[in-house]
Design a protein around this ligand. Structure first.
Ligand code: ZN
Length: 341
């Protein structure tokens, strides 16, 4: 029986050498260590041999079994190692190679500028009011104290639509009438942001579409001092505590008195440079006290109420801040420009 055990061991070890993959190793395990393997059958026969031989044969059978199990484990380990090595060779991964970066979206510079302006006025208690981009002639001009054939209409080169009496808004001022008519006779502190359209000769300073923001305050005892304080505070909130502002007399049909307001040049701090044409000041927008006729058209009694309005182009603020020399960049969709913000 001992020699039979040796044969089993020799045969099994030889066959193990030829097993080249996991499935043939598994077949080997079933053949030599499984229930019906000759080694296992031999264990069953131990009871039949005589008492003197039994411990010797039993011990040897156990040794053979352990040897085969150890050989099997070793073989399967080395097979797994070589499989791993092979896949490392063939599917080589260069971990030092930089990954593909995902392009990160960002806000459009026109949006960045608009939000900064809205935030500054929001902090002062003004609320955003949205009004339509296409308006009737009345809202665009008539109710703003510019009846048909009024010469002041020439200041706004308007896009007319195929619908009679409807044009794209050339300024955000029609929103003044909307907000007043909705809230009369409550006090108003509103900002009216949005895109305006003008039939312009496109140049580095003029585009056919641009963002404007209108400021409107209506209430009792509102004076020019409130307008000046609000504009100055806005400048400080947007551009820092030390910025200076100034008013210059002007004319608009829907405000009386009217003014243009300037900020001290952001680039030269008032010393004078090419951007401010060596004046030290930058023109920002127009403003004034709401004209009594406009107040009346909005539903407010000009005898009891007063108000101020101001407007500015938000792209212009961005142009001044970042020294952008061509307004056409805003809508040209050139990534080289847009990625700088
Ligand atoms: Zn300057």
């Amino acid at each position: 029986m001992l020699s039979e055990l040796d044969q089993i061991l020799q045969k099994a070890l030889q066959e193990l050498e030829t097993a080249k993959d996991e499935s043939s190793l598994e077949s080997w395990r079933i053949a030599h260590l499984g229930r019906s393997a000759s080694l296992m059958l031999l264990f069953d026969q131990l009871g039949k041999i005589n008492k003197e031989e039994r411990p010797v044969v039993g011990r040897r059978a156990n040794e053979v079994k352990q040897t085969l199990e150890a050989a099997f484990t070793k073989r399967i380990e080395s097979l797994r190692q070589s499989t791993l090595q092979r896949s490392l060779q063939t599917e080589r991964l260069d971990v030092t190679l930089p990954g593909r970066s995902l392009p990160l979206g960002r806000l459009h510079p026109a949006t960045i500028s608009m939000r900064a302006v809205i935030r500054a006025f929001g902090d002062m208690g003004f609320q955003v009011y949205r009004s339509p981009e296409a308006e009737t002639d009345d809202y665009n001009f008539g109710l703003l104290n510019m009846p048909p054939h009024h010469p002041a209409r020439d200041m706004w080169d308007t896009f007319y639509t195929s619908m009679p009496n409807v044009s794209l808004r050339p300024h955000t001022s029609p929103g003044q009438i909307h907000v007043m008519r909705q809230y009369a006779t409550e006090p108003i502190r509103a900002i009216l942001p949005g895109v305006c359209y003008r039939y312009e000769q496109i140049s580095t300073r003029k585009e056919t579409q641009f963002n404007q923001l209108e400021v409107l305050a209506v209430g009792k005892n509102i004076t020019l001092a409130d307008l000046k304080g609000t504009v100055s505070d806005f400048a400080r909130r947007l551009l820092g505590q030390n910025i200076r502002t100034r008013f210059r007399a002007s004319h608009f049909p829907f405000t009386e008195p009217s003014a243009e307001y300037d900020f001290e040049c952001l680039l030269c701090q008032g010393k004078g440079c090419s951007v401010c044409a060596y004046t030290g000041w930058l023109e920002i927008g127009g403003c004034g006290m709401v004209h009594p006729i406009v107040l009346q058209n909005g539903g407010y009694d000009p005898g009891k109420f007063s108000g101020f309005a101001a407007g500015l182009g938000t792209e212009r603020i961005m142009m001044l801040k970042h020294r952008i020399e061509d307004i056409r960049n805003f809508w040209a969709n050139d990534m080289r420009f847009l990625e700088q913000f």
